[in-house]
Design a binder for this molecule. Structure first.
Ligand SMILES: Cc1cc2nc3c(=O)[nH]c(=O)nc-3n(C[C@H](O)[C@H](O)[C@H](O)COP(=O)(O)OP(=O)(O)OC[C@H]3O[C@@H](n4cnc5c(N)ncnc54)[C@H](O)[C@@H]3O)c2cc1C
Length: 385
């Protein structure tokens, strides 16, 4: 199935088979389009395959809150609509703010989420500690808790979409890199691969951290930078909190949650350079352990059993790029999710499929159009983990 026969023409070509490309392929088939998806490696082999699976409705911008809520609705309907189990586990998300600025941001986000109907609670330090026994909260100025946030399966969701799209006669080809984008004047006319060319007047870049490189094939600058992000899993340890929800220290970006018999822990490295290095930087571990033991002292006795690294796909305002590229007719973007693309994939896939076929996206995606930086309309997301 991987190296599917390439058609000579396609109504829509999707470049990249992560959660975004596969969600878009599925939603296009629901609107009567048979897209061609080209993946240079295996489906889900990019950022999606390294993802922690976190899904939350706790965002700071209204557009992300709405899209996240829509993704939750789509995941609830996933078994009937897509025919697969998305492996949703409502373990809850607990966000902690320890500085006055961060606490003010979190208070404002809670108000916005409530206005959008999210069942989020504001907690003080002691109430937050009740959710995660052993958590240090004496410095917590504000916390927020949403019990329906949690985890889902990146591979279950991505391959679920891919399978359903194929059953509806979309063509998804693996081991097929897009090496060129053909243009006539400023209009897209197709793509080139080592297995042949495909004519198409519509190409959607869903290439995650490689979106800048793929945009370059059409002579456009796509402002997405790959930045390494690591995650580690501990064994069981004395004093381990039972059933730990996703717990995030917003001021350091340190997070933990239950994973098998131990915890998954991770944190962004503010010094991490732009690049595609996906090797584990064990040299970063002391910094991570310092943040970890500050928040959950019992972690000092935990053994790190494994770690891995993947790439975040960062944009200047930490918001995705979704929509048509103004200077290239027929070229569209769905990339730059800045570390929250798994949870936005379903609703962005649905909305973009509607937009591409002349319909109305259930959640307006206009805030994500690529020209927002040129017209000074960027509104950054502050709850990036
Ligand atoms: C450690 C880690 C933890 C994360 N945790 C979370 C989380 O808890 N929740 C969450 O929502 N997000 C999380 N993310 C972010 C999330 O994984 C991404 O935002 C999301 O997977 C992006 O999906 P995508 O389909 O846009 O990109 P990708 O999954 O990277 O897919 C892009 C695909 O394009 C392919 N490609 C590239 N160039 C070409 C080409 N020239 N031709 C053909 N194919 C090409 C790649 O091979 C790749 O498969 C995490 C990321 C990391 C690294």
């Amino acid at each position: 199935m991987g190296t599917a026969e390439l058609p000579a023409t396609a109504e829509v070509v999707i470049v990249g088979g992560g959660v975004m490309g596969c969600a878009l392929a599925f939603h296009l088939t629901q609107r009567g389009v048979r897209p061609l998806l080209l993946e240079r490696d295996r489906l889900g082999a990019g950022s999606t395959g390294r993802c922690a699976g976190g899904i939350r409705q706790q965002f700071s911008t209204v557009v992300n809150i709405r899209l996240a809520r829509r993704s939750f609705e789509l995941l609830a309907r996933f078994p009937e609509e897509v025919g697969a189990d998305p492996a949703y586990r409502p373990i809850g998300y607990l966000l902690l703010a320890t500085t006055p600025d961060r606490a003010a941001q979190l208070e404002a986000a809670i108000a916005r989420q409530r206005a959008e109907g999210v069942a989020v609670e504001r907690l003080d330090g002691p109430a937050a500690a009740e959710r995660v026994p052993g958590l240090r909260t004496d410095d917590v100025l504000c916390a927020s808790w949403c019990p329906t946030d949690g985890l889902a399966g990146p591979s279950e969701v991505t391959l679920g979409y891919a399978g359903a799209a194929r059953r509806r006669r979309a063509v998804l080809a693996e081991d097929t890199a897009v090496t060129g984008i053909r243009l006539r004047g400023d209009a897209v006319t197709g793509v080139v691969t080592p297995r042949g060319a495909v004519a198409s007047g519509c190409v959607v870049i869903c290439a995650g951290p490689q979106a800048r490189a793929v945009g370059g094939l059409a002579g456009v600058t796509v402002p997405v930078d790959p930045v390494r992000r690591q995650a580690f899993v501990t064994g069981p340890f004395p004093g381990q909190p039972p059933r730990a929800p996703m717990t995030v220290d917003l001021d350091t970006s340190f997070y933990l949650h239950q994973e098998g018999p131990g915890l998954m822990i991770g944190m962004g490295n503010p010094e991490e350079p732009v690049g595609e290095d996906c090797s584990v930087d064990w040299g970063f571990l002391p910094e991570l352990v310092a943040a970890a033991t500050l928040r959950l002292p019992a972690l000092a006795d935990a053994e790190i059993r494994r770690g891995w690294a993947g790439l975040y796909e960062m944009t200047p305002d930490r918001q995705p790029l979704v929509g048509p590229v103004p200077e290239r007719r027929g070229l569209w973007l769905a990339c730059g999710f800045s570390g929250h693309g798994f949870m936005l994939g379903p609703s962005v896939g649905e909305g973009l499929a509607a937009w591409l076929t002349g319909g109305r996206p259930p959640v307006d995606l206009a805030a994500f159009t690529p020209e927002r930086f040129d017209v000074g309309r960027a509104a950054p997301e502050t709850l990036v983990i």
